[in-house]
Design a protein around this ligand. Structure first.
Ligand code: NAD
Length: 466
């Protein structure tokens, strides 16, 4: 059977050099048109679509979807001229008579596959980088947020020609067809399990990949931490987007001397943020669908069976996939809450006595996308950072490293391969072409055959001194 997306792919392939040879002014013009669509024309449609998909509060949509994409566009507009400029590099003495530079050229035809949890942000931020780098792109957002995907499809159709940027709606079957095509680069955001499928498919054509994946991000609260401040930040970071955030604190390791204070502060903060009836709160959303609702409530039931302590929450309502913000401790190690990425509004806590335990616990699991450390001790903080690995880290805060466009964003191994955002995103979608220009006067030609004793001496000298 013919691949249903072959014609679209070929039209972008044919067009890739037209797009790729655009200058920075032409690319900026496109980014500005996209910005207007997000900021003005489709802003309300996006808010309503995300509300329809999982009751995402408008203010969270504005902050975590629209603002972040608009910021990504603004940063690209301000910097594109310098990002695109050839970067001249030094010349070793042995290459006297030559000059070299790095040329940033587009990879070509790219595929961006995105997840449902921040559908606008995670579809359009990589798109901004791809446009900045001069690529043509096919986008495949998640089928789990269909209302948002529909609005994004409308935006893409409105702003771009199909032979430059196209958005294809649909499920796994659509992804599978697309993955058979020989894209030059695949940018995937989603789960580690699907990340492996993407990498395998990319290997068939040796397409380069950026994999933005997930996993269990630990949060450490040590004996020196200001518990009140730490808790205010952790509760926000954990329950934002109903806990469905790739860099949300997945579990907390709290020093045993701070456990009681931590739990009390946590309960109070949850009430302050979401009231005593979070189901009615306008600041708290819903789990995206029945499948994830069932997965998450099975974790709560397994914790109950294991006689874990539910300090707060634990209730749910299947009518609209509501799960109360929940805090649980005394969970046996085999429980899924301590093994699967939670990706929902349930937070397990464990206590520890010394930092060796913390480090070996974190290192016993796959390398996380983020690691958070709440501490007033530089020594403790350095110890944890030096003895673990993670894609990113916040000290005395959570998640906001994502929003600093000066930082690369991405994971390590199980939590991802490659980096995104601003210049790092531009680089992910660019081929850094190494160019060397040799002048006729370059002395290198003295080494051309026939090889003589004199030439051997020049080589000996080069090895020793140059
Ligand atoms: P997912 O991996 O199930 O799906 C992501 C995308 O891949 C969707 O568009 C889906 O249609 C497609 N897909 C699913 N199965 C596929 C298959 N077998 N073959 C080809 N394509 C397939 O992820 P999700 O449930 O949408 O999102 C949650 C996951 O994403 C979590 O693990 C989370 O941590 C991670 N995530 C990571 C980041 C990041 O920036 N690192 C951001 C958000 C989410």
């Amino acid at each position: 059977m013919k691949n249903p997306y072959l014609q679209l792919f070929n039209s972008q392939k044919e067009n890739q050099f037209n797009i790729g040879n655009s200058n920075y002014k032409q690319r900026i013009k496109k980014l500005k048109t996209l910005k207007v669509a997000l900021e003005k024309t489709y802003k309300q449609d996006i808010r309503e679509a995300l509300y329809a998909d999982f009751k995402k509060p408008y203010i969270e949509t504005d902050l975590t979807e629209l603002y972040l994409v608009i910021k990504e566009i603004k940063v690209a507009i301000s910097n594109l001229k310098s990002w695109m400029r050839n970067k001249h590099v030094g010349t070793p003495l042995a290459l006297l008579g030559t000059t070299s530079w790095i040329k940033y050229e587009p990879k070509g035809v790219c595929l961006i596959i995105s997840p449902w949890n921040y559908p606008v942000n995670l579809t359009f931020c990589p798109l901004v980088s791809a446009i900045a780098a001069g690529n043509t792109v096919i986008l495949k957002p998640s089928e789990m947020t269909p209302n948002t995907s529909r609005v994004m499809a409308k935006i893409v159709k409105d702003v771009f020609n199909e032979n430059e940027i196209a958005l294809v709606e649909g499920d796994v079957e659509v992804s599978k067809h697309l993955l058979k095509l020989p894209f030059n680069h695949i940018f995937f955001t989603g789960s580690p399990a699907v990340g492996k499928i993407i990498m395998e498919a990319a290997s068939k054509h040796l397409a380069s990949v950026t994999l933005e994946l997930g996993g269990k991000s630990p949060t450490v609260v040590d004996e020196t931490a200001n518990v009140q401040t730490a808790v205010k930040s952790i509760v926000w970071g954990k329950y934002l987007n109903t806990g469905q955030t790739c860099i949300a604190p997945d579990y907390v390791l709290v020093h045993e001397s701070k456990k009681e204070a931590f739990i009390e502060a946590f309960k109070m903060t949850m009430d302050n943020y979401y009231s005593k009836k979070p189901e009615k709160s306008k600041s708290f959303g819903r789990v995206v669908n029945e499948k994830h609702f069932k997965r998450l409530t099975s974790y709560i039931e397994a914790a109950k069976e294991d006689k874990a302590i539910i300090h707060k929450g634990g209730n749910y309502n299947a009518n609209d996939n509501y799960i109360e913000p929940t805090l649980i401790s005394k969970i046996p190690e085999r429980n899924p809450l301590l093994n699967e990425e939670i990706f929902g509004p349930i937070l397990p806590i464990k206590t520890y006595k010394n930092l060796n335990e913390v480090v070996s616990y974190i290192n016993s699991k796959a390398r996380p996308l983020a690691l958070y450390m709440y501490s007033k001790s530089k020594k403790n903080t350095n110890y944890v950072i030096k003895n673990t690995r993670s894609g990113g880290t916040c000290i005395n805060s959570t998640e906001i490293h994502f929003t600093n466009h000066e930082l690369p964003f991405g994971g390590i191994n199980n939590s991802g391969i490659g980096k995104s955002h601003s210049y790092f995103g531009f680089k992910a979608f660019s081929n850094e072409r190494a160019v060397l220009k040799s002048y006729w006067s370059a002395p290198l030609k003295v080494l051309f055959p026939p090889y003589t004793n004199f030439k051997q001496k020049v080589v000996d000298f080069t090895i020793k001194w140059l």
